[in-house]
Design a protein around this ligand. Structure first.
Ligand SMILES: C[S@@+](CC[C@H](N)C(=O)[O-])C[C@H]1O[C@@H](n2cnc3c(N)ncnc32)[C@H](O)[C@@H]1O
Length: 268
């Protein structure tokens, strides 16, 4: 708990913490986050990327803000698109760079920097701007979303992907089961990380995952901002992500709980 003497969290503090935490995440980022690579999430990722690609011409330009180690970017590169990947963390960008196959390197441009600064200074046009699990790391995600919208001209697309959702409790029993499944998922996760000798970054995310302190990102608010900025929201998908695919399947098919969302929008 923050005491009266704790200085207020500033944008600089959130940036500094994100640099520190992602320097620790580094090459192990996706190994440490099986919730992004399990079979359940993979099928959502595949389906979403295909949906974006259907609308794109050959050689289209994609901007991946907070690209990390290339979770989304690598998919778009392998489909032949040009990708600019921007990330605050030098270490994450380096890990991403090392993982790009030599044949795809000419399609990739990687930049280290803050998303907000990049959007202010960069004048290039992009056919698609993608954001995967970055909004909750931002000090003022609403203003960054508005900056992004301003960059999208007619026909251009925005994909918000894998964002932690502000949860609502409708049924206490369902919520208790949701918590129990989450507990089991985390227990298994910790055992697997221990066997694989991957250190878990327990309390490191407090300031870096800044928006989690407010419960995550509210998809209704994102929807409101996008509409206000003149975008047409084409799809909002809410579901429950879990470390392991079987647990995600149970959460979605049996409990029907939600903790994550994706959103697809375009400028008419
Ligand atoms: C949870 S990771 C997601 C990485 C990747 N998009 C993915 O889905 O695997 C969040 C990423 O956002 C980056 N990030 C955080 N704040 C940022 C900012 N202000 N500008 C640019 N990148 C930022 C972090 O360095 C990190 O790589």
């Amino acid at each position: 708990m923050e005491s009266a003497k704790t200085p207020p969290v500033t944008k600089e503090k959130v940036l500094e913490e994100n640099r520190r935490v992602h320097a620790l995440e580094n090459r192990l980022y996706l190994s440490r986050h099986p919730e992004q690579t399990n079979f359940f999430q993979n099928s959502i990722l595949e389906k979403t990327v295909n949906k974006v690609c259907v609308t794109l011409k050959q050689g289209a330009k994609i901007l991946d803000l907070g690209c990390g180690t290339g979770y989304l970017s690598l998919r778009f590169l392998s489909k032949g698109y040009h990708v600019t990947g921007l990330d605050l963390s030098q270490e994450m960008i380096q890990a991403f760079e090392e993982s790009i196959p030599a044949t795809l390197k000419p399609q990739a441009r990687l930049v280290v920097g803050d998303a907000e600064e990049f959007l202010l200074q960069n004048q290039d046009d992009y056919d698609v701007i993608v954001l995967s699990a970055i909004l909750h790391h931002l000090f003022d995600y609403e203003s960054v979303l508005r900056q992004i919208c301003a960059k999208l001209s007619s026909g251009k697309i925005l994909l918000v992907f894998f964002e932690p959702l502000k949860q609502e409790v409708h049924s206490p029993i369902k919520f208790a089961l949701h918590r129990a499944l989450s507990w089991l998922d985390e227990k298994l996760y910790r055992s697997v990380m221990w066997v694989k000798n991957i250190p878990v970054l327990d309390d490191e995310y407090h300031h870096s995952d800044y928006q989690r302190q407010f419960g995550g990102i509210d998809p209704n608010r994102v929807d409101e901002i996008l509409r206000d900025e003149g975008l047409k929201v084409l799809q909002i998908e809410k579901y429950c992500a879990r470390r392991y695919g079987l647990h995600a399947l149970l959460a979605n098919r049996v409990l029907g709980t939600q903790n994550t969302f994706n959103m697809f929008a375009a400028r008419p």
